[in-house]
Ligand binder design. Sequence first.
Ligand code: ATP
Ligand code: MG
Length: 554
Amino acid sequence: MNNININITNFIHKIIDKDLSTCKCINVHTRFPPEPNGYLHIGHAKSIYLNFNIAKNYLGKCNLRFDDTNPDKEDVKYINAIQEDIKWLGFNWSGNVKYSSDYFNNIYQYAIELIKKNLAYVDQSSPDVIKKYRGTLNKSGKNSPYRSNTIKKNLELFNKMRLGEFEEGKACLRAKIDMSSPFIIMRDPILYRIKFIDHHKLGNKWCIYPMYDFAHCVSDALEGITHSLCTLEFQDNRQLYNWILNNISINYYPKQYEFSRLNLTYTVMSKRKLNQLITKNKVKSWDDPRIPTISGLRRKGYTASSIREFCKRIGVTKQDNIIQIEVLESCIRNDLNKNAPRAMAVLNPVKLIIENMPINKQILTMYNHPNKTNMGTRQVPFSRELYIDRNDFYEKANQQCKGLVLGKEVRLRNAYIIKANRIDKDLNGNITTIYCTYDINTLNTNPIDGRKIKGVIHWVSLLYGLKAEFRLYDHLFTIPNPSIEKNYLEIINPNSLVIKNGVVEPSLITAKSGKSYQFEREGYFCADIYDHTSKKLVFNRTVGLKNNLVKINI
Ligand code: ATP
Ligand code: MG
């Protein structure tokens, strides 16, 4: 077994290196344990990248295990979507997909073992009383009156629980640990609760379900996991993880290590909150491009390699932090800048007529990528009547304007220099037509008389261009850290989606769903995977051209 051979390392790699060199473990075995109660988000991608890459780089294994212990929130549609997303991200799990429910029989037997060792008891107190007796950080808890029941009685009651003879909430199995432990999690935590809900795999076989803490450590041990990696909020749960494994006859001790969760600015990450956004109609679905799910990012035009690059850049630490969304955006921008073909699209069209152009059409050949001639060329019709973007035209010059100014010249991208001579307006004062002349000797060359022309604008032939819908996405929230706001549903950016109807050059008739382009001077766009067809072109804006990154906050 080789030590890790990657240039970016983290504290978990160091632990593994040490465990291997001291023979504490021989083969590295990790797992990714999603709860199938929602789609995966970019936070999960951080965990996936960490766990699957450890397996890859140490020639070990990584399991995919669904933590399916809470049947009322879980659904097969999530199980399928999660597998798809992991594969799309470029990772493969070892062997079959695993489920915590594969081990329900084992976990049940371990529960009986704990009862027999007088380390677990059935508590018939109400959930409120259990909560009240648990105490607080400053106040020690109180023993339940059921804590002193005999082993025999507990076995009997637990069997009754399993047979469905108690109603939900009327009994639960608790570990007998220490009601005054400084770790609240150790104050007789619940191991099993009653739920009369069908399980997605096991139907109504069980009406009692193990809690996450009980199922998780047992599943890790049964699968031979060596390094069980989870996020920092489970730090205290490690006490219970170890207590359970030390008190059941399992003889295998995986170790749990915690790292910090990924948080991103201008978005929320938890599946519960994402679910709320969908059910309250703030966004359309789990793959809405405005939420940071893997499927939302994919639909927006993110590539798997850009998400992996992001995970590599942010690294893994124990420091709680919030990463600027611009870090993620810069990863996709770099990728598409290298790989996306260029094309022209006008989002806010205004008509422009080149009055001295003799012919109606001329075919211009353009490179698909300015630095990669191997990406080929395409033919773009240039005509007497064009569309340019309304925002690129100015009646009066000012310092900022980079476009076409009345009475001045500008270059049309990959074409000629034009001069704006006059305009028509409608009754409301909106410009309807810009009349220009062009300099016929300037096709992709500078004027012979040496005059300097500032500015280049993009265009689409009026006659040959195709109508297209552009979906412009912006941050979903108006503030950088919506996660800490109770009223996060009320601080949604009203312009998180703006739809524009414009035109694109005719070569885009062949744009396939999911294909990305750089629309010159506008940004990176991707043909929508659902709504785009050759009859109705629909492009999602993935990211703009400029990097607004202020500082990387890792
Ligand atoms: P959520 O709050 O979004 O539901 P979770 O932790 O409950 O998250 P799980 O499906 O239980 O989600 O998580 C599967 C794995 O992904 C766990 O190991 C968890 O620690 C990890 N994970 C979840 N969210 C993040 C995140 N934001 N950053 C890093 N890892 C995460
Ligand atoms: Mg969870």
